[in-house]
Design a protein. Structure first.
Length: 316
């Protein structure tokens, strides 16, 4: 079902992008091909046949010159003369929007084509770069960026998952995990009544919750996967999540944060200390709310417990 939802969102985004781009084209939102007059100021004694720095003014709607001077570069060549305008404060909003959405590698400047000299004044007519298919280009760029990010993330997690899953396997083989289960069983046994006593899933759950509480997101991920694998072994219907799996997912998502997450520390730096008590209170409330909600639905949709020789499994 989730795949259909993602596919629908992708199709909807493509249709929205196409409709938006067609609307921009029909209404000529960015005034593509429109000639604009600017008043140039060349250095004294400079030749218009040479590349040089110049200044220009933009006449307002009434035809009078604006007092605001802008920097630019006069760039004559065999294919035509260009006025290279760096993005700077004071440029008209439409010009800034064209610079941001133009199909060019360097979006910090506008390469305007000089089309003609304006007689009677020291000015020229210029045409700014054309802008097309903004939304479609944005979606394409985002798709490639996210694909690159996904590969980078997956490769980066290989070492972390190998380390923590290896440690979990060592703890399981050395019976350390079962000793941990006995310590946390009074609490987790109440929250996960359908999980057999001394089952490795309870140890993985406790380690995952501990990692989340300490802000160790990279460690919590493989431990959470391991916990879900252990809970899945007790699941008679492999296509449906059990109440225990729902409870664990709720607790994992709404875990109390004793140490701020690494991402929040990276964003706020030392300023995150001001939010310490707020984070604890907010996450404690979210955890209690999540546990109550999961417990309510577990009672509303109880699972029939079936005892087997080596474990206890549930059937919906």
């Amino acid at each position: 079902m989730l795949n259909y939802i993602w596919a629908g969102l992708i199709v909807f985004s493509l249709l929205f992008a196409m409709a938006s781009d067609v609307t921009d084209y029909v209404s000529n939102t960015y005034e593509n091909g429109t000639e604009r007059t600017v008043i140039l100021s060349f250095p004294e004694g400079a030749s218009e046949a040479k590349r040089q720095n110049v200044q220009f003014r933009i006449p307002d709607d009434s035809g009078t010159d604006s007092d605001k001077l802008f920097r630019a570069e006069w760039y004559p060549s065999e294919s035509g003369t260009e006025l290279i305008i760096p993005v700077q404060d004071g440029l008209p909003p439409l010009w800034l929007e064209i610079a941001e959405n133009q199909d060019a590698r360097d979006r910090s400047q506008l390469r305007a084509l000089v089309t003609a000299q304006v007689t009677g004044i020291a000015g020229v007519s210029i045409v700014l770069p054309e802008v097309h298919l903004i939304k479609m280009r944005a979606i394409t760029a985002a798709a490639f960026d996210m694909a690159e990010f996904a590969v980078t993330l997956a490769i980066g997690l290989i070492g972390i998952m190998a380390l923590w899953l290896g440690l979990m396997k060592i703890a399981e083989e050395s019976k350390l995990i079962f000793k941990l289960v006995k310590v946390v069983n009074p609490v987790l046994g109440f929250l996960f009544p359908n999980v057999p006593k001394d089952h490795p899933a309870l140890g993985a759950i406790s380690l995952n919750l501990s990692a989340n509480m300490l802000g160790l997101g990279n460690a919590a991920t493989p431990l959470g996967i391991k916990a879900m694998e252990e809970l899945q072994k007790l699941n008679p219907d492999k296509e449906t999540a059990t109440n225990a799996m729902c409870m664990f997912l709720t607790m994992n998502t709404a875990s109390v944060q004793l140490v701020p997450p690494v991402t929040l520390i990276a964003l706020l730096g030392v300023g995150v200390s001001e939010l310490f008590y707020s984070i604890i209170i907010a996450t404690f409330i979210s955890l209690c709310t999540g546990i109550l909600a999961a417990s309510y639905y577990a009672r509303k949709f109880p699972e029939q417990t079936v005892h087997t020789d080596d474990s206890v499994s549930e059937t919906a």
